[in-house]
Design a binder for this molecule. Structure first.
Ligand code: EPS
Length: 413
């Protein structure tokens, strides 16, 4: 089982993640972890915090001489902004003399759409800062760091995880499913929003500018695409083993994500079966000639999952994000100390963070897929897992070869 936990407040000293279950012997490129963290910090519409941070994960355990050892891997991402928050966020009961930064007043006016109100009541906290510091999407930096390790395991088996932004506010691609993975991979690293269509992206940018001008915020949607997946990850035999359910939980656990779509997503409710289900045809050998060597699909509306099991097609998962809860033109709220109506608190925030959420989506999908992969191709070290993987792939090829041989014998008889 591959599992992880995170800790850390947005303006505390650091974020921490512990991931357990990574097999031994996986080569780890720490620059690739840093590159993913940098991607998460990007996107047009981010706030001023991202100008302060340059996230980098320190490895505290579990990796030695560039390879995983099989032990839990602990990562620490320092918050540079901590310097400016020590007087507000100090751990000690009294403010230490050496504390730097500003001492900030308690937050008492919950923001509609944030965890503020429910959190303050549930944990009986007078200062909503105790809620928002942990509910902040800053925590997703820790997820991206461990997600990058999972991604590096998957890369050993030719599995590749990418994403693109399909919608910002009401501005979006006509049909995200139609975007080929090559087009997603071709999105430049410095693309402002990570949208596969530069014309649509310009309109998205204009929408963000407009929202910012109005003191408002925007949500949107992103699609994660996974290529190179083997058949048979997940299972239909028990509800909690279905990979679509596990992916849905992982995606909706990302702050502000309100819905998830697999393949065609909500569209399946509108179309008849004849236009949704992906017909199965014989896969011909190289050059499309000779005996069939397997099976193929003409479409992939199912997004690579049938019965909660990968079917060998590309996995396509879409996350739908609500607008960020901090509005510069605040919504109505109530001061919890007086119960008098008062505008919601304003915290420094982003106007739009869908591009960052897409990177977090990739990380969460990588973690779920890696977990399901290790379930199917069990082993404590990369060598064992590779042998199991190769054997399983060979058995599948042999099954198809036997079927093809039986057909040609029958045809020759
Ligand atoms: C974020 C860090 C936060 C916010 C944002 C995401 O930093 P700060 O609160 O210092 O500006 O920019 O979090 C939220 C929008 C939120 O509602 O929590 C990050 O690292 O992604």
């Amino acid at each position: 089982m591959l599992r992880f936990l995170t800790a850390g407040e947005s303006h505390g000293q650091a974020l921490v993640a512990v991931i357990e279950g990574m097999p031994a012997g996986v080569p780890i490129d720490l620059d690739a972890v840093t590159a993913q963290l940098k991607r998460r910090q990007g996107g047009y519409g981010r706030g001023r915090r991202m100008a302060i941070e340059s996230d980098k994960a320190q490895v505290l355990s579990g990796i030695r001489r560039g390879r995983t050892t099989g032990a839990p891997i602990a990562l620490l991402i320092p918050n540079k902004d901590w310097q400016n928050w020590q007087k507000t966020m100090h751990v000690e009961p009294e403010m230490p003399e050496v504390a730097t930064g500003a001492s900030r007043a308690a937050v008492t006016r919950p923001r509609p759409g944030h965890a503020d109100l429910a959190g303050a009541l549930k944990y009986d906290l007078a200062d909503i800062r105790d809620v928002l510091e942990r509910a902040s999407a800053r925590e997703t930096a820790a997820r991206v760091a461990v997600g990058s390790l999972a991604r590096q395991l998957l890369a050993q088996f030719g599995i590749d995880v990418v994403s693109h932004v399909t919608m910002i506010g009401g501005v979006g691609l006509d049909e995200s499913m139609a975007v080929p993975v090559e087009q997603v991979r071709a999105i430049p690293a410095d693309s402002p929003l990570g949208c596969a269509d530069a014309g649509v992206e310009q309109k998205m940018i204009a929408a963000i500018d407009q929202a910012k001008e109005a003191g408002d915020t925007l949500g949107g949607a992103f699609e994660v695409v996974v290529s190179g997946l083997p058949v048979g990850l997940g299972s239909y035999v028990q509800w909690d083993r279905k990979l679509d359910g596990r992916l849905a939980q992982a995606i909706v656990s990302i702050p502000a994500i309100k819905a998830v779509g697999i393949g065609k997503g909500p569209d399946v409710a509108r179309l008849p079966g004849s236009r949704i289900h992906d017909e199965i045809v014989p896969r011909l050998g190289p050059g499309g000639a000779g005996q069939p060597v397997g099976v193929a699909r003409l479409t992939n509306n199912a997004g690579g999952l049938e019965g909660g099991v990968t079917n060998g097609e590309q996995l396509r998962v879409t996350g739908y994000m609500k607008p960020i809860a901090t509005l510069m033109k605040p919504l109505r709220s109530v001061d919890l100390t007086t119960l008098e109506e008062s505008p919601a608190a304003i915290e420094r925030s982003d106007v739009c963070a869908v591009t960052a959420a897409a990177v977090v989506g990739e990380a969460m999908v990588s973690l779920v897929i890696a977990d399901a992969f290790l379930e199917r191709f069990t082993g404590d070290n990369l060598g064992d897992i590779t042998r199991t993987f190769d054997q399983t792939c060979a058995a599948l090829r042999a099954r198809f070869a036997a079927a093809a041989a039986a057909t040609s014998t029958a045809a020759g008889a």
